[in-house]
Write a protein that binds this ligand. Structure first.
Ligand code: AHG
Ligand code: MN
Ligand code: MN
Length: 331
């Protein structure tokens, strides 16, 4: 199709084409699984676009396992993903930020190969003020040879085992970024045809970037080295700028495209960091590395961390490789 849309390449076609190129043996069922995610995010995007009109704003008067007040859109997003992915036939387990336990869709053998971990709605504090929010997902393959009843053994795999990761940012446009291990590709939702169309293929994160992204309100609670790095970044010599949206997906999306570094360091209040390893840090770390960037917890590579709990938190320093290295040089 020509004209304003240019070459119309939907995410389904892209996944199948890349699979033929890079994973000829991979059955089409992986693209079938990803199409469940794209469907869910189109439904969520529709709710987000109408949030002001429909009764989806505000609190659901519930506190979740994270101890945070649940927003209505969190619940809608969670239920939507469960509904769209639960019946794809090849998903065995689903792990959501909103649910304290994993959801066993079906036993992890035979067709049920995949585990999907997700943050249904990231940046919930921004919903009611019309600031960009997002959905983050991570896909693991069951661990061959481990009994399907050992659910946590299949879930608590280190990030380098992810077979795919991605996010959707509901911003001025709805953009999905995903990787299956051969580069990061972005698709913009064309609402008039309801399809995600390729907008950036093989995204590369700029090697450097004079933007740092952190909630400076907690500066006095950060480790000494982080405070020293922030002093440097604010110096005349460095001449960096600060950008902080408060939605990881939006702050990361900007960092992926423009370069720079996003930090959520440990604080005295959250000594293990605030962001969750399994469905926030790991997927973003896979995307960052696939685009030539880096992701660390301040001591080690995020993707090497062996999780010990479902909702485990981690400090996160992620962005252009040289910017991440610069922060680490202060630690
Ligand atoms: P969620 O809405 O899924 O709980 O995630 C919010 C996270 C992340 O999106 C963002 O980077 C961070 O919380 C912001 O935390 P502060 O408000 O403490 O800066
Ligand atoms: Mn989140
Ligand atoms: Mn969330």
């Amino acid at each position: 199709m020509s004209g304003t849309r240019g070459k119309l390449l939907t995410i389904q076609q892209h996944i199948i084409e890349r699979q033929k190129l890079h994973h000829p043996d991979a059955s089409g069922e992986f693209s079938w699984l990803l199409s469940g995610i794209t469907l869910a995010t189109k439904v969520i995007a529709d709710h987000v676009r109408r949030a002001g009109l429909h009764d989806v704003l505000g609190s659901a008067d519930q506190i979740n396992v994270q101890g945070e007040e649940v927003q209505k859109l969190d619940l809608i997003a969670n239920e939507t993903i469960m509904a769209c992915l639960g019946y794809r036939g090849n998903v065995g387990i689903m792990v959501s930020e909103e649910d304290d336990k994993p959801t066993i869709i079906q036993e992890l053998n035979g067709a049920a190969k995949y585990i999907v971990l997700f943050d249904p709605l990231d940046g919930s504090s921004n919903i009611d003020v019309n600031v960009s929010i997002g959905t983050i997902f991570s896909i693991l393959h069951r661990v061959e040879g481990v009994d399907s009843s050992k659910v946590m053994d299949h879930i608590l795999q280190p990030g380098y085992k992810q077979i795919a990761a991605g996010y959707v940012v509901y911003g001025s446009s709805t953009v999905m970024a995903y990787t299956t291990g051969d580069g990061v590709h972005m698709f913009t939702l064309d609402p008039s045809i309801g399809a995600y169309c390729l907008s950036h293929e093989s995204v590369r994160m700029p090697e450097t970037g004079k933007t740092y992204s952190v909630n400076e309100a907690y500066r006095s609670q950060f480790p000494q080295g982080i405070q020293e790095y922030l002093e440097w970044a604010k110096s005349e010599e460095a001449a960096y700028s600060l950008r902080y949206i408060g939605s990881l997906v939006a702050d990361f999306h900007r960092t992926l495209l423009r370069g720079g570094v996003f930090l959520y360091p440990p604080t005295t209040k959250t000594p293990g960091g605030k962001l969750r390893l399994l469905y926030e840090a790991n997927p973003m770390a896979m995307l960052a590395e696939q685009a030539g960037g880096a992701a660390s917890d301040g001591k080690m590579r995020i993707l090497d961390k062996v999780p010990t709990a479902l909702h485990e938190r981690t400090p996160l320093i992620i962005g252009s490789r040289s910017e991440v290295d610069r922060v680490l040089s202060y630690l």
